[in-house]
Design a protein around this ligand. Structure first.
Ligand SMILES: [Zn+2]
Length: 87
């Protein structure tokens, strides 16, 4: 499956109050743990998203969030590896 953001169709009708309390609480915990210096977190009005990493912690499926975080970590590792080899 491609992780191209254009292929992710989010349902923006999903609102924080429409999620079961425990699901929203878990999604918010994951959101709060997610931060890199370059992240642009948006948490107003109960929204939970990182516009830099293109993760919508409210609407993406757990698998989509997991895959995207894995992809971002792999990209970070590749960048570090390339930087180390340049020296
Ligand atoms: Zn981020």
């Amino acid at each position: 499956m491609s992780l191209n953001p254009a292929n992710i169709s989010r349902d923006y009708r999903v609102k924080p109050e429409s999620l079961p309390d425990d699901e929203y609480r878990l999604r918010r915990l994951i959101f709060m743990q997610h931060s890199n210096p370059e992240c642009m977190l948006y948490g107003d009005d109960g929204e939970l998203s990182c516009n830099s990493c293109d993760i919508d912690f409210m609407r993406d499926t757990p698998k989509e969030i997991e895959d995207r975080i894995y992809e971002l970590n792999m990209l970070k590792m590749i960048k570090q590896h390339e930087a180390n080899n340049d020296n």
